[in-house]
Design a protein around this ligand. Sequence first.
Ligand code: PPS
Length: 286
Amino acid sequence: MSDHYMLHDGILFPKMVHDDISLNYATNEFQVRDDDVFNVTYPKCGTVWMQEILTLIKSNGDTEAFLTIPNWDRVPWIEQMTAKQLLENQPSPRLITTHLPAHLAPKSLYNSKAKVIYTTRNPRDACISLYHFCTSISFLETPKNLDDFVQKFLKGEVMFGSWFDHLKGWLGVKHKVEIMFQTYEDLLKDPRGSVIKICKFLEKDLDEKAIDSVVAHSSFKSMKENKMSNWSLVPPEMMDRKTPFMRKGQSGDWKNHFTKEHIDLFDATYKEKMKGMDVKFSWDSL
Ligand code: PPS
């Protein structure tokens, strides 16, 4: 295992931002409030995008927090070492992010009325996005090459484990929590319709002007220009500026990277891992 990671419950976590104390805190100690809203994702599936959408919905489209507070302080990751300090004294309603699998999510979530939005993405695009991210971030293992990385991704030997297990785990708790499933692709195809659906789920009644503001400010272009969401506040020694966090923001970029062998391996693994799953995605039969 690379020096960059630690194993917790059989899953790889980057050591620089997590330790057993922070992970135990998230699972066992964190007290969920009924009006908390959770932004749950497997990495590179639309996490920061949803952080911005939720921030702007919470403020009825007002951009002050969006333009002045970094995303990781506004909608903190509950599993990171900074979570306790950021979340415990925060007034309600809190917006909380997590990449944790369902079985490591806060136990108190399952006895609460908190709402969960689970955003997922074509795993082929998540894999390519994560590959580029790993080449640019110093606290993640630099991939040897794409061949090696695709295999690791499919085996779940990357941070936060397997995309498949993550999705299955959260689908498996859909009767235990108030959860809405969202895809990155639907957000791209119909941002306004998606924002309206999210508002409905959150029981937030925004007027047309507020919805326009949420949609406009959470666009790829607007987020790429906003230093509170584009990760340009990350020190250059930690993040290589050649691959920006807001990289392409598209669906289907995997087609520009995968060889025939990668496509075949991905398809075979996808079929096997998703066998018997009672869920359909636009990317199932690509
Ligand atoms: S992380 O590191 O897990 O928090 O990353 P995450 O935010 O989940 O995913 C980053 C990818 O999401 C893209 N992104 C967007 N795409 C379209 N529109 C908007 N507004 C948007 N915001 C973020 C970002 O560009 C990364 O995808 P790739 O494919 O690398 O461009």
